[in-house]
Design a protein around this ligand. Structure first.
Ligand code: SF4
Length: 730
């Protein structure tokens, strides 16, 4: 009888998952120089051997025919690429950068990076642009996922960084899951919540989501609010907490300020009024507020449903206000806990990987912070521009307008993941120089490149990453990178040297980069100064702050109830409500909600290569409520056309009550390379939150019609236009 095929393994390594921000520890078996097997690592303190399906299929995504193996250059976007040596390709791109900077100033160049960078990659790119070239035009795709949480934490608690850790799940008695399909997007965290519920059936799970997701099935209290009505809900919950005397005066008086700002916002939202606006039952709002306040420990989790909004910061403030009012913070099992979407979006924030920050959670606008960094980098203070650079959406707009002339895109695929893709494509067509640094080619984004830099990816380079619970994990190099691929930090280093910045870009290995960065975090909230590669290799992953080599790391931030603000107190913020979601009308009567699938990762450059992961959903789809489907003449399985004020997409209709009447849902993973009309981001709006600059990727107004009807409509429109043109003019 044929037995199960055993994969021979030459060596096992301990590392970290390159997908979501849960940051599961992995054990990776290597055979014949290739990654052969991936499993959970029981020794990793964050996840103790747990993992989801996605990383198990990494072996087949690493060795593929579409790996980008050599640097390539072409004079214009219609010309064929020519293979080049690294020196030739970097020399060509560095000369172009130098020329553009000489002609138009440093703000004419930009780098768009990624939460899939290692911390070392982030750090070198930042140093190059902000310290040496003299522009803050470095932003990353984490702008699309976490920027609203960053602003929320800073303006409420005095610093970025989620205060709790995963261990708090095991002792929490109330879970407030808002704008997060944790079951699909952070499955290992979700399983831990489920375990806690099993151990303590009295633990209350509150889920707030317009859609009845897999996560909502676990809810004791499910609040399927209308898109964009999170702020009224949060205000009404605080209203109940105030009116029922559930606030914690000792905490408010001793450890917070500006309480009246929150009171004013809350008192303008009675639960009955919020219930009407949100489209949920009043008694459920009251029950959620009571459970939140009365529990011995309440943990809030949130992700894109909160952050990807033009009022994302208000929503973050609303959540944190609830925690401060009830003292559900600074104790075990409690606190506001944003879940990062990418494996190292957290490390990127620590390394200064957004256009308004510098390494060690420093701010570009703070002259003392700029002086500290300039002094350490050995560059004149004037080198660091005092104004933030262009955040993601604005960066591509500036490229489209011709203000930014050279854009270097690394480790990300914005032609799929950015909202309103037409603008991104137009920008890349207009740019004088597009450098794309990626592990794969073609992608939707490499199509627009003048220069391709082949990047080593997960398993092929060493570095560190930080997960959602502030835990820093060392990722070893386990296999040789194929072809001439180099680690991203090394490409930035070589580029810096080619531009004449040899002193600043002396790095010979990733460990040197890490040591320079970790020193810069000394005495900062995200203090890594007690960590180096050797310690992480010997002791395993640690949670910052780790301020000394003998410090064990920190499970909770602000456990002493002192916050890193001028007064040492946390701050309440006003949360006025403005309806963020683009208005519906007769032409666009439905609200599109975009999101993720459990088996796919971002733009599918890796997960899309696995038959196992794609078989559940090989094609995009549109979920629509049965009543809407009936009105529109749509049957389950029909192909439909979805149109917004920006573009169109086509997909198969799934008629289901999971999605509420008046709304539709589409996953965002597909790009135009797999079929022009498959991209949900053909439709989405690039409206942004005014403070975080995070775009409203989650919701926009659309119409949905069956394909036959759309053809008919187009024909009628075309005929009417032709007839109008033919009409004699007076
Ligand atoms: S939950 Fe996230 S980090 Fe963990 S294995 Fe799955 S994708 Fe990787």
């Amino acid at each position: 009888m044929a037995g199960k095929k055993i994969t021979p393994i030459d060596k096992w390594h301990r590392t970290y998952c390159p997908y979501c921000g849960v940051g599961c520890g992995l054990k990776v078996g290597v055979h014949a120089g290739k990654v052969a097997k991936v499993m959970g690592d029981e020794a990793h303190p964050s996840t103790r051997g747990m993992l989801c399906k996605k990383p198990m299929y990494l072996p087949e995504a690493l060795v593929t025919d579409d790996r980008l193996l050599y640097p390539q250059v072409r004079p214009h976007q219609d010309a064929p690429f020519q293979r080049a040596s690294w020196d030739q390709a970097i020399g060509y791109a560095a000369n172009k950068f130098t020329q553009i900077i000489a002609d138009h100033g440093p703000d004419a160049v930009a780098i768009y990076g990624s939460g899939q960078f290692s911390t070392e990659d982030y750090y070198t790119a930042n140093k190059l642009l902000k310290g040496y070239i003299g522009t803050n035009n470095f932003d990353a795709n984490s702008r699309l996922c976490m920027a609203s949480a960053v602003v929320g934490y800073v303006t409420s608690l005095g610093s970025d960084g989620p205060p709790p850790g995963y261990k708090d799940i095991d002792v929490a008695d109330c879970f407030f899951l808002i704008g997060t399909n944790t079951a699909a997007c952070h499955p290992v965290v979700f399983n831990r919540i489920k375990k806690r519920k099993k151990a303590n059936p009295d633990a209350v799970i509150i889920v707030v989501d317009p859609r009845e997701t897999q996560t909502a099935k676990l809810a004791d209290i499910f609040l399927p609010i209308r898109p964009g009505t999170d702020v009224p809900l949060l205000n009404a919950m605080l209203n109940v907490i105030i009116n029922e005397g559930l606030i914690d005066w000792e905490f408010i008086n001793g450890h917070t300020e500006e309480w009246q700002a929150a009171v004013q916002s809350a008192m303008s939202w009675m639960p009955a009024q919020a219930a009407e606006v949100c489209g949920v039952d009043e008694y459920k709002i009251v029950a959620a507020a009571r459970a939140f306040a009365k529990s011995a420990g309440t943990l809030s989790f949130w992700s894109m449903g909160v952050n990807q909004s033009s009022v994302g910061v208000e929503k973050n403030h609303g959540i944190i206000n609830l925690h401060l009012a009830t003292a559900q913070i600074s104790k075990p099992g409690a606190g506001p806990f944003s879940l990062t979407g990418q494996p190292n979006a957290m490390g990127g924030r620590e390394a200064g990987g957004l256009c308004h920050i510098l390494p060690g959670y420093r701010l570009i606008k703070n002259v003392d912070h700029r002086a500290e960094i300039a002094g350490y980098w050995g560059v004149p203070l004037e080198n660091i521009n005092p104004n933030p650079g262009a955040p993601a959406v604005e960066m591509f707009e500036k490229v489209a307008e011709g203000e930014i002339k050279a854009i270097w895109i690394a480790c990300t695929n914005p032609v799929v993941s950015m909202p309103n893709i037409d603008v991104v494509e137009a920008a890349l067509r207009r740019a004088e120089l597009v450098i794309v640094q990626d592990a794969y080619h073609p992608t939707d984004t490499t199509e627009f490149a003048h220069v391709l830099f082949p990047a080593a990816q997960w398993s092929e380079k060493e570095g560190v990453m930080t997960n959602s619970e502030r835990r820093i994990t060392y990722l070893p190099k386990m296999v040789e990178a194929p072809g001439e691929c180099l680690p991203d930090w090394e490409i930035f280093t070589r580029f810096g040297r080619a531009m004449g910045f040899e002193d600043g870009f002396y790095f010979e290995n990733a460990s040197q980069v890490f040591d320079e960065f970790s020193w810069l975090t000394t005495n900062r909230v995200c203090d890594y100064s007690g960590v180096n590669y050797k310690r992480l290799q010997m002791e395993g992953p640690l949670q910052w702050p780790v301020p000394r080599p003998d410090h064990p790391g920190s499970e909770q931030l602000y456990a002493n109830k002192r916050f890193p603000t001028a007064s040492g107190k946390a701050k309440f913020n006003a949360t006025p409500h403005t309806m963020p979601v683009e208005a519906t009308d007769e032409m666009y009567p439905l609200v599109l909600n975009t999101g993720r699938l459990a088996d796919q990762w971002h733009t599918m450059t890796r997960t899309g290569k696995s038959e196992q992961l794609t078989k559940a959903n090989p094609e995009p789809f549109v979920e629509i409520h049965p009543d809407d489907a009936k009105k529109l003449g749509i049957r389950d399985g029909d192909m439909v056309k979805v149109a917004s004020r920006r573009g169109t997409a086509m997909a198969e209709a799934k008629v289901t009550p999971r999605t509420r009447e008046g709304q539709v849902f589409m996953p965002f993973h597909w790009g135009r390379l797999s079929g022009y009309n498959k991209a949900a981001n053909n439709l989405t709006t690039d409206a942004v939150d005014p403070r975080s600059k995070e775009p409203e990727l989650k919701a926009c107004a659309v119409s949905v019609v069956p394909i036959w009807a759309s053809d008919w409509l187009e024909n009628v429109t075309e005929r009417l236009e032709r007839e109008k043109e033919a009409e004699p003019t007076a």
